[in-house]
Design a protein around this ligand. Structure first.
Ligand SMILES: C[S@@+](CC[C@H](N)C(=O)[O-])C[C@H]1O[C@@H](n2cnc3c(N)ncnc32)[C@H](O)[C@@H]1O
Length: 249
């Protein structure tokens, strides 16, 4: 597993610059983001009208883009990290450099707002939720996934996952993990009734993937990538969860 290459505080956004070469490697340090992007895109229906806009908050290098292909959205991505945005632009995303807590886009501009693996990186996640809801038009859809603020989540997503090739070391600050009930309440306050479900990688696929990674290491030339693990629903939201909700009004 690669780590950030220099010692930076947990959740320091400069880690994304150090790991810029990893974004689009399917078996690289951000492999799990690819699996999650596919699962997130599955929550997004085809565009309701021509010119429908999907705003992807914390879009990173645009990993959601291939999974939206054919759905008919203009895909606008907002992120702090310029090196990630440059790659997102190469994948057809219209990029905006900015903070998810102060997005330079108009109220009600979006048919869909996506916030994948973002909120657990934002010190003021409530401000990012307020922005996500502000950007949505009435009837617009919010889709997100994040890590819950529980002891189990800290154990699995930080202590264990950071020792495996699934998550780069130091990328998360567990103090920022997002309490699921507080998130639902915050969305409700901004007119979005969010429904949650727990998700996890399918165990068989994950074990196969980990074994291949142990066999091949992180070699860019490894060819026998095999099928990626699928993200599947699970009964508990205690670790990783998706949210989906429509803005009233
Ligand atoms: C774990 S990555 C997820 C990227 C993308 N959503 C995906 O799933 O592939 C988190 C991303 O959020 C960005 N980010 C962190 N804090 C942010 C903030 N306050 N505003 C905008 N982007 C932020 C980082 O630069 C990084 O690209």
């Amino acid at each position: 597993m690669r780590d950030a290459g220099r010692t930076l505080p947990r959740n320091d956004p400069r880690q994304y610059d150090d790991l810029a070469g990893e974004w689009w490697r399917p078996d690289g340090a951000f492999a799990m983001l690819h699996w999650l992007a596919e699962a997130r895109a599955a929550l997004v229906p085809p565009a309701p009208r021509p010119d429908a806009l999907l705003v992807d908050l914390g879009c990173g290098a645009g990993l959601l883009a291939p999974h939206l292909a054919g759905k008919g959205y203009r895909h606008v991505g907002v992120d702090l990290t310029r090196s990630a945005l440059a790659q997102a632009a190469e994948h057809g995303v219209t990029v905006v450099q900015g903070d998810a807590t102060a997005v330079p886009l108009a109220d009600g501009c979006a048919d869909v707002v996506a916030a994948g693996e973002l909120l657990e990186h934002v010190p003021d996640w409530r401000a990012a939720v307020a922005e996500a809801c502000r950007l949505l038009r009435p009837g617009g859809l919010l889709v997100l996934d994040t890590l819950n603020d529980t002891a189990l989540s800290r154990l699995l997503a930080v202590r264990i996952a950071e020792r495996l090739p699934t998550v780069p070391r130091g990328i998360h600050d567990p103090r920022l993990f997002v309490d699921a009930r507080a998130l639902v309440a915050e969305c409700e306050r901004h007119g979005v009734r969010l429904r949650l479900r727990g998700v996890r990688p399918a165990i068989g696929g994950l074990l196969g993937w980990l074994l291949r990674r142990m066999r091949d290491g992180n070699r860019p030339d490894a060819t026998d990538a095999g099928p990626p693990p699928r993200i599947v629903p699970t009964w508990s939201t205690a670790v990783l969860y998706q949210g989906r909700g429509t803005r009233s009004g």
